[in-house]
Design a protein around this ligand. Structure first.
Ligand code: PXP
Length: 251
């Protein structure tokens, strides 16, 4: 399969942490749906929102409203549970990204164990795919996970960029380059198996460019850093700068 070097790299903006701030006080402000519309106007190609089992940030009414008002695709992140499958089938968002979820974690820590849970996940994603949603699996940069994702008929793998980004931000530059190399190899490998390749988790202005330059990667999903940066420069300029860096790396 040839690589589409000219393919536009999409930016998916994750608005979960606008809801984190809202929920710290209860009430309605700041509204993640308003942030999603602003992100859309600022050039986001999609919006990502993670409805967690404990509803610690995004809530069910947020998903209802996002489905109503968005003009760009919604990437609905969720765990592989029956409750979430029912919600996904009710809304039929453009994409459903399956992530592992542990109640006590601060954020999604690892990738999905597709290889070990191949059978269960194959049955789990089938109705979602049949309903017309693109099914994305959030996985570590490991050959066996990617092969299992392809075998069970996922459309997309989102590669976990956390190990690379975290090592970089901890100042462990050499180790981060090892993780970056794994991301590079596994992007090419997933693409060769016919999977669409996305990457996400932990990107900042400093870490985004090397991954944005991989021709097989079609989408980056970025949240926490952008919402943090919005405090200092506003959401629109924060997104514009990320977009500029992505375009520069792609060129
Ligand atoms: N992609 C996936 C699958 C995620 O779970 C997350 C975090 O919710 C992100 C992307 C965005 O990561 P971050 O908020 O660190 O940019």
């Amino acid at each position: 399969m040839s690589v589409n070097f000219a393919g536009k790299l999409r930016l998916g903006v994750n608005i979960d942490h606008v809801a984190t701030v809202r929920n710290a006080r209860g009430g309605e402000y700041p509204d993640p749906v308003r942030a999603a519309k602003l992100a859309e106007e600022a050039g986001a190609d999609g919006i990502t929102a993670h409805l967690r089992e404990d509803r610690r940030h995004i809530t069910d009414p947020d998903i209802d409203r996002l489905m109503d008002v968005l003009d760009v695709p919604l990437n609905f992140e969720m765990a592989a549970t029956e409750e979430m499958q029912t919600i996904a089938l009710r809304h039929k968002p453009h994409a459903v990204c399956i992530v592992p979820e542990k109640r006590e974690e601060k954020t999604t820590e690892g990738g999905l164990e597709v290889a070990r849970e191949e059978n269960r996940l194959a049955h789990f994603i089938a109705p979602i795919r049949d309903a017309g949603c693109r099914v994305s699996l959030f996985v570590a940069s490991e050959q066996r996970q990617i092969e299992a994702a392809a075998r069970i008929g996922a459309n997309i793998v989102e590669l976990h960029a956390g190990p690379y980004c975290d090592l970089f931000s901890e100042g462990k530059f050499d180790e981060s380059q090892g993780e970056l190399e794994r991301l590079r190899e596994m992007s090419a490998y997933a693409h060769s198996l016919g999977l669409e390749v996305h990457a996400g988790h932990g990107f900042t202005y400093e870490t985004v460019q090397p991954v944005a330059a991989f021709p097989e990667v079609l989408e980056l999903n970025i949240g926490h850093f952008l919402i943090g940066e919005a405090i200092f420069r506003g959401l629109t300029p924060a997104i514009h700068e990320m977009r500029r860096l992505m375009n520069e790396a792609r060129a």
